[in-house]
Design a protein. Structure first.
Lengths: 182, 182
DNA sequence: CGCCGATATATCGATCTGATATATAAGTCT
DNA sequence: AGACTTATATATCAGATCGATATATCGGCG
């Protein structure tokens, strides 16, 4: 069996507790792992077929009226594969933060304009922070503690990042004080 | 003129101060922006051609002995384009952190095994932290302060993340104390 | 009844990664 | 000198991924 993509494990993890459709998986991802691991329909649907052929999940027709719908549940092999993956050390760590890239090149701008970049980054992080807090507020008591740990991690991280931006704004202004009032 | 990719701006920023070859640009990226914005040869070389056709950079042959080599310098249009991009608000914010994904699904493992995930994440972040510190140590006094601000940000972030992992390790152990000695 | 938003699946161009291939140059070891 | 390794330099390609779009049905609302 060739190597599965990380998206495959997202699917396995998302359907482990109860069967779900591709659409539901996408919605779940968008409300939970999106901030550190996204997935698009273009990945999910082909991967569902692939996992189904590999015998790690089983799809069954479950139409709602005349609208066709296939829900997938995990097999014993699928659970085994998921646990084996969880036990392997994580491989992928990536970040793409256009604001940091712009800050990196900010010397190309007239002195003082760099603060606009850190202000934009800060505003964005605070926005995400608020989104995560609202998701946190929705969740009640649940037996599985890990999603909540990760969610709170995201809240702490975005807050930390926003605070860093604030500190950098002051540092940059201290070096170009003539722009403080703008 | 159609929209340029962010990689195009990486190139423009990297050659702004002095002309460089594709190979040098890749090496620069790997030593600086890689942690928040990577670029591969598969992006850089086609983009160099593209930017050259668009008149934003100019390539000139500069062979080393019998080995062909093309160095690119930025044009006035290229500098203008770079500044215009710097002034637009950042659009892309992505993170792919396989460790957080595994932690999210850690409920599929027997109690106690989740700590291995946060330990692996912590070890990795401390490794990157050490790399960044060694890069920081190399740089002497330079007139452009922004790359150093971003580098120090990376050092602070990796440290923060490692500390968060440490806290989560304790939190998880507190919930499954029977595994403390493992 | 008609409209809109949610559910559901599918696809496609563009981008990006990671690996690999092909050369030449320069340095190192014996 | 000859052999070997690493660095320089460019190029390409399969596979993963994104973001947008297309198609269709369902449920609710006025």
């Amino acid at each position: 069996m060739e190597q599965l993509s990380a998206t495959a494990y997202v699917i396995l993890g998302m359907i482990r507790k109860e069967p779900r459709s591709g659409y539901e998986i996408k919605a779940l991802v968008d409300n939970s792992t999106r901030f550190f691991w996204a997935a698009s329909y273009g990945q999910i649907y082909p991967e569902l077929k692939h996992l189904s052929e590999a015998g790690l999940i089983i799809g069954s027709d479950s139409p709602t009226g005349g609208r066709r719908r296939t829900v997938y549940e995990i097999t014993a092999d699928g659970e085994e594969e998921l646990r084996a993956w969880l036990r392997r050390p994580p491989q992928t760590f990536e970040m793409r933060e256009e604001g940091l890239l712009k800050l990196f090149f900010a010397d190309a701008l007239p002195p003082g304009e760099a603060v606009a970049i850190v202000r934009a980054m800060r505003a964005h992080r605070l926005e995400v922070n608020a989104q995560l807090r609202s998701i946190e507020a929705l969740k009640g008591e649940i037996e599985d503690p890990y999603p909540m740990i990760v969610l709170r991690g995201g809240i702490e991280f975005t807050q930390w990042f926003a605070d860093w931006c604030e500190r950098m704004e002051e540092e940059i202004l201290a070096a170009a004080p003539e722009k403080r009032s703008s």
